[in-house]
Write a protein that binds this ligand. Structure first.
Ligand code: BGC
Ligand code: BGC
Length: 860
């Protein structure tokens, strides 16, 4: 038996796949069941114990959201009140609590990328986690490592950290640890290949007038998948992440939330992920197929927002009762969800959501969308910010990259008599900091991009406010021209100024909002709002013009960066609520900038490859995004194409200088690599499924319009399914999908984040770093390796650190390379391998300033 609409979805997908020239995603079944490996053991045992007491409907309730805007959070599942298990609240975003109030607006992921600071990544994660916890959110829908940043113009890159997988992986993992140490489940997203906004969802694309019927397909080869896009997710799993969100796009023409290769093989098989896979909002496209392909939670639960129908809910209950979905699979879903909940200690901190995502009114209906249920307090206005503004201010300053500083233009001394603030990006949004829904406009200073990856600001300290206060205190004079078309007024002001601080920006965001014709992805890499002309107006009139860029990623600076009057350039990214204060700390030297660019700044648009697919290229079928560049994104691509950037990956200046010397390389004693082997246990079955008659809607239940329930209308399963083509065949599921017998352990698997031997230390490297200037400062030593072989990047980042050195202080920085750091993915062996090609190590201050290098000893 099967669900008819599910079959329909499967057939649509099949007709696309069958065109043999299209990329194909191989099947992998059955879906690995959790076993509590690594530090999941006690959480797993508790989960098994509680799930064993649940009825089928109770388990299903945990797996399925109750529908869009029905309850308070952006996603909320049903609970199991009988056992004291609440419905679980998932809330955006990766930079703070979305759709609420009295919360902090943290710097974006890309700013953490620019800090290269593990400690700050952890502290930000922990601070965010505390705020989510206090608001009553059980899962934070973040952090982000997908998009990774394949395309410099990809709309959501700023939500994540960097296009480099090693930098992202470390910061992703630290963020996750911080969030989860605060007692909230982190959701690593979006898995995987979600590298552009265009065509991520067919209905959204249709809204923009594109005639497509399926989401775009990220076509990624196995080596690139492992070495680039999967890499940070391995770090996330190793860090114990509780949830992973599958993405909107297809991967090799199979939807990410029903892609058995991605979910069953890569995530649960190789990486040994023990938590649960949650769908992105409406990224769930089938019932039994998605269940067997590894999806564990449907969000927000309905087929389309507020349809009142669900692929799961009642239909998942039916799927088990009619034998389509084996009970062990639903048991495993529930165990994974409960294990994540226990692992972070959510049961000890749980509090009901005390805010509504849908209104700021104090009172409202309990069920917002349908305006039903009791009329009650829905917003308690709980201030959860603590003193997080201090951390936010510090991260803002520590993520500001000094790109140019001629003649020590910076820091300012505070004795400047006339300070000009030039450009709209210095000032406030005339609509108010929160005046555009989900930050969907580019008015005033830019401190986050747009979309679901945002928060409301509690306030936004603009550069104009912070700098003006400082200048007044210093006894100077200060004037701001913030209309980007008032060029002559800017010229006049700049001509009289001691220093001109020019503010420019470039914005992007999520595909459901179009800002000035940018449908999420950027249409170009240029500055927004006449920015280049604003800079030129100042630079042609003031010989001390300092440019400050707030942007979501690289912008083109070629028209003015080497203008002799442009004495300094700072990139401040998206610093969050303390923007102006953080910047003033750097401008006036209270903080010596130590950040490094987390991406490459090319000379022209053409310096980057053009990766975005912005016109359908497969009729009305899934647009095909062929990742033919392989692992060669960002600096790896620039290196390969011999393209010289203006500012390379890892570049950033300081108010002091550093020297590198004494590279030492030493092989460590590690045992040889052993591919994992053996078999899993058989899938456990927990409790009895019972009969249809056990799962009828409880009598007396007042059903809420559009709410998704797990129960049945009648013992006639076909009638209860609501599916006109409910059928009698089970053969649509792929071979082996329902097999719960013991399964082979994959060679690259066997532990959290993959084969434990991948994390063995093989080589120790140390260098001496000296502060050669006369003020204290931070340096970020960077270690790159070349793995050798004809098709490898010239170098890849593997290790980094952020260290503070006093004037003349010397420090011996020691780090180790793991087996994973030296391995390539062997497509034939389906395992990692240290190739026999000679390998080298490079250490220095950026991807192109690597004064120290050595051959690496042969290891295996
Ligand atoms: C976004 C996710 C987000 C979810 C809930 C989706 O459209 O892609 O990142 O967590 O909505 O708002
Ligand atoms: C919501 C977002 C969600 C998006 C999905 C928007 O209306 O506000 O949370 O990410 O729809 O497309």
């Amino acid at each position: 038996m099967r669900f008819g609409w599910i079959e329909a979805a499967a057939l649509t997908a099949a007709s696309v796949v069958s065109a043999d020239e299209l990329a194909y995603s191989p099947p992998f079944y059955p879906s690995p069941w959790a076993n509590g490996q690594g530090d999941w053991a006690s959480a797993y045992e508790r989960a098994v114990a509680i799930v064993s007491q649940m009825t089928l409907a109770e388990k299903v309730n945990l797996t399925t959201g109750t529908g869009w805007e029905l309850e308070k959070c952006v996603g909320q599942t049903g609970g199991v009140p009988r056992l004291g298990i609440p419905g679980m609240c998932g809330q955006d975003s990766p930079l703070g609590v979305r759709d609420s109030d009295y919360n902090s607006a943290f710097p974006a992921g890309i700013n953490i990328g620019a800090t290269w600071d593990k400690n700050l990544a952890y502290l930000r994660g922990q601070a965010m986690g505390q705020e989510f916890s206090d608001k009553g959110a059980d899962f934070q829908l973040g952090p982000v490592a997908g998009p990774l940043g394949r395309a410099p113009d990809g709309g959501r890159n700023w939500e994540g950290f960097s296009p480099d997988p090693a930098l992202t992986g470390v910061l992703f993992a630290e963020t996750i640890k911080g969030i989860q140490d605060a007692g909230v489940v982190a959701t690593a997203k979006h898995f995987i290949g979600y590298e552009q906004e265009h065509f991520r969802e067919a209905p959204e694309a249709q809204g923009y007038g594109y005639n497509i019927t399926e989401s775009g397909s990220a076509n990624i080869d196995d080596k690139t998948m492992h070495e680039l896009y999967l890499w940070p997710f391995a770090d996330a799993v190793r860090a114990g992440v509780g949830a992973i969100m599958c993405s909107y796009n297809q991967i090799n023409n199979s939807y990410a939330c029903q892609n058995s290769y991605a979910l069953n093989k890569l995530l649960k098989g190789e990486l040994g992920f023990q938590g649960f896979v949650m769908s992105d909002w409406e990224a769930h496209h089938s019932g039994a197929s998605a269940a067997m392909a590894g999806l564990d939670m449907s969000m927000p639960g309905d087929v389309v927002f507020d349809s009142g129908t669900s692929y799961w809910g009642t239909n998942l209950t039916i799927g088990v009762l009619n034998g389509t979905v084996p009970q062990w699979r639903v048991d495993d879903m529930a165990v994974r969800i409960m294990a994540a909940y226990y692992k972070v200690g959510r049961d000890r901190l749980w509090t009901p959501p005390n805010f509504s995502s849908w209104t700021r009114d104090e009172y409202g209906f309990k069920y917002y969308y349908s305006s039903e249920g009791p009329y009650e307090v829905v917003n308690h206005f709980v201030d959860v910010r603590r003193n997080h503004s201090d951390l936010i201010r510090r991260i803002g300053a520590d993520s500001t990259v000094l790109l140019k500083n001629d003649g020590c233009a910076l820091p300012l001394t505070g004795t400047e008599r006339k300070v000009a603030l030039i450009g709209e990006d210095a000032g406030s949004n005339p609509y108010g900091a929160d005046g555009c829904s989900d930050r969907g406009c580019d008015n005033g200073t830019l401190a986050m991009g747009w979309g679901s990856g945002t928060t409301e600001y509690p306030y936004l300290v603009t550069p104009e406010q912070a700098i003006q206060a400082e200048v007044i205190q210093n006894g100077g004079t200060v004037f701001a021209v913030t209309d980007n078309w008032a060029i002559s007024q800017m010229e006049t002001l700049a001509a009289e100024a001691t220093v001109s601080l020019v503010f420019v920006n470039a914005d992007s965001g999520e595909g459901y909002i179009d800002v000035d014709g940018n449908m999420g992805d950027r249409n170009n890499l240029t500055l927004w709002g006449n920015g280049d002309n604003v800079i030129k107006a100042a630079a042609s009139n003031c010989n001390n013009t300092i440019v400050i860029i707030h942007s979501v990623g690289p912008v083109l600076v070629n028209e003015w960066y080497d203008h002799p009057n442009v004495t300094a350039i700072l990139w401040a990214g998206l610093p969050g609520q303390e923007s102006g204060n953080s910047l003033a700390d750097v401008l006036y030297g209270r903080v010596n900038p130590g950040a490094k660019s987390p991406f490459t700044w090319g000379k022209t648009r053409e310096s980057y490859q053009d990766y975005l697919i912005t016109e359908p290229n497969n009729g009305d079928g899934a647009p095909q995004e062929d990742f033919t560049e392989g692992v060669f994104i960002d600096y790896r691509g620039f290196d390969k194409r011999n393209e010289t950037p203006i500012y390379e990956f890892g570049y950033g200046l300081s108010y002091t200088t550093f020297n590198y010397s004494q590279l030492q390389v030493q092989a460590l004693n590690a045992s040889a690599y052993t591919p994992a082997s053996g078999e899993t246990e058989a899938a456990p079955t927990l409790g009895e499924a019972g009969n249809a008659s056990d799962y009828l809607y409880p009598s007396g239940l007042q059903r809420i319009t559009a709410f998704i329930y797990p129960w049945l209308n009648s013992t006639d399963l076909e009638a209860s399914s609501g599916d006109s083509s409910y059928g009698q065949s089970s053969d649509f599921l792929p071979e082996g999908a329902t097999d719960g017998s013991a399964q082979p352990i994959l060679p690259a698997g066997g532990g959290p984040g993959g084969n434990p031997a991948l994390y063995d230390d093989l080589i120790q490297v140390s260098v001496t770093i000296k502060n050669t200037g006369d003020i204290a400062g931070d340096e970020i030593p960077q270690l790159y390796v070349s793995l050798g072989g004809p098709d490898e990047p010239r170098i890849v980042l593997r290790k980094f650190d952020r260290i503070t050195l006093q004037p003349s202080e010397e420090y011996e920085w020691t780090t180790t390379l793991t087996r994973r750091d030296l391995s390539n993915w062997d497509v034939a062996a389906q395992d990692w391998i240290v190739t026999s090609y000679p390998k080298k190590v490079y250490v220095g201050s950026s991807s192109r300033k690597l004064p120290l290098r050595a051959s690496l000893p042969t290891v295996q």
